[in-house]
Each structure stands twice: as C-alpha cells, then as structure tokens.
Write a protein that binds this ligand. Structure first.
Ligand code: SF4
Ligand code: SF4
Length: 217
C-alpha cells in the first residue's frame, strides 16, 4: 500500500511519545546538562597524564622519553626533558617532563600516544566539555591540566586501569626479584673465603753477563 512505511514510522513515534509519559525506557533523551547519560567505558576523547599517589608532580609516570611526541601523527605534543632526575614507579631515577603540553585543538583522538607509551603514563580521557573562547591559550593544555590520578583513571576506565595496575605490579615484582638476586650474589661473593695466596716464585739465577764467569785465555 502506498505510504505504508510512512504510517508505520509515525505509529512507532506516536507509541514512543505516549509511552514516554509512563515508561522511563521509552524516554531516550535527557535534560542535558542537568541530566547526563553515563558514558560507556570504552569512550575516549583527549589524552591525560596518569600520576600515582597524592602529589601530581612527583607521581607523574611520564619519564619524558618523547616516544609519543615523535609518533603523534599531527605533532600536537610538546615535551621538554628535565635537567635532574626523580624516582619512577619502581624507584629508578628517571628524567621527567619539565614541560608537557598537548594542543587539543589539533589532537585527533587517535590514541597512538597511549599505545606507544612504554610506561603506562598517558591514557585517554572521557572529558568532552572543553569548549573555550580562547582559541590558542585555552586549548593548549599543560602538564598540570593534563595530570589526573590513577583513581580517576579507575573511575573512567575500570577494566583497563585494573589490567594496567596488574601489569605494573608484575613488572615491579620482577625488578625487585632481580635486585634481591643481585644483592644475594654480592653478599655471597663477599662472604666467600679468600683464595690462598699463590707461593712466591723462586727467583731464577741471573744469566751470566757476557764476559762474567769465563776463564781467562
Ligand atoms: S591522541 Fe593521537 S593526535 Fe592526540 S595527542 Fe595522542 S597521538 Fe597525538
Ligand atoms: S607519555 Fe609515555 S611515551 Fe610520552 S614521553 Fe611520557 S613516558 Fe614517553
């Protein structure tokens, strides 16, 4: 029948319109920004830097290796290495980023920086309300703005953050085990009895110099 599809569509709309007054499932819109839909765990927007502990600056996992800066396709990451070092998450002294900026007006949310980071230091955020009228300064985020705690990471991506924590704990245990084995080997070497000194070599008689010991003719 001509227009059958159109009538079916209108009937469905009318059913949902009337149904939305009695059934919450049929009401698929919310009064944003007062109400919000929960974001799916896999959603992502722009990157942020993860820190451990209470101090964002001391706890940044980033060691300024600059791999993400090199791999970022639109080149919107700017890093300057520190001159000094601080302990990383396993206590190893590491360089840290004295400057770490991301221009989110250029970032295309590809997540390549996250994938290439060997230190689990940069992850994708779900924050999307970042509009500003300051086109240049407002969209260039510095390391303080980018730094977010591991607890925040767990809140937005709980499954992924738990996997990362398990991986880091495993790596830390391996490093500690290696250090224990090295310390035990050094202690065993120090405690081993010293090898007896080799007897002093008997000096061989000096060869007579030419002319010495020869009978006068
Ligand atoms: S998400 Fe992609 S474009 Fe954005 S900073 Fe990371 S690598 Fe660069
Ligand atoms: S975020 Fe990761 S890849 Fe980028 S500089 Fe820091 S440690 Fe290196």
């Amino acid at each position: 029948m001509l227009g059958e599809g159109l009538l079916k569509g209108l009937a469905e709309t009318a059913k949902n319109f009337a149904g939305s007054f009695v059934s919450k499932e049929r009401l698929i819109t919310v009064q944003y920004p007062e109400e919000r839909h929960p974001l799916p765990e896999a959603s992502r927007n722009f990157p942020f830097l993860v820190y451990d502990g209470a101090d964002w600056e001391a706890g940044l996992r980033c060691v300024a290796c600059q791999i993400c800066e090199k791999e970022c396709p639109p080149k919107c990451i700017y890093i300057e290495k520190s001159k000094d070092k601080k302990p990383d998450y396993v206590g190893k002294m590491q360089i840290y980023p004295a400057r770490f900026d991301i221009d989110i007006s250029v970032c295309m949310s590809c997540q390549i920086c996250v994938e290439v980071c060997p230190f689990e230091a940069i992850k994708m955020d779900t924050e999307f309300e970042l509009a500003t009228d300051d086109r240049f300064g407002g969209l260039l985020q510095d390391r303080k703005q980018l730094a977010k705690s591991n607890e925040y990471y767990h809140a937005i991506h709980p499954t992924e953050a738990s996997e990362v924590d398990a991986r880091l704990a495993e790596e830390k245990a391996k490093v500690e085990e290696k250090a224990r084995a090295a310390a035990a080997a050094a202690a065993a070497k120090a405690a081993a009895p010293a090898a007896p000194a080799a007897p002093a070599a008997t000096p061989s008689p000096a060869a007579p110099k030419e002319g010495e010991g020869s009978q006068p003719q």
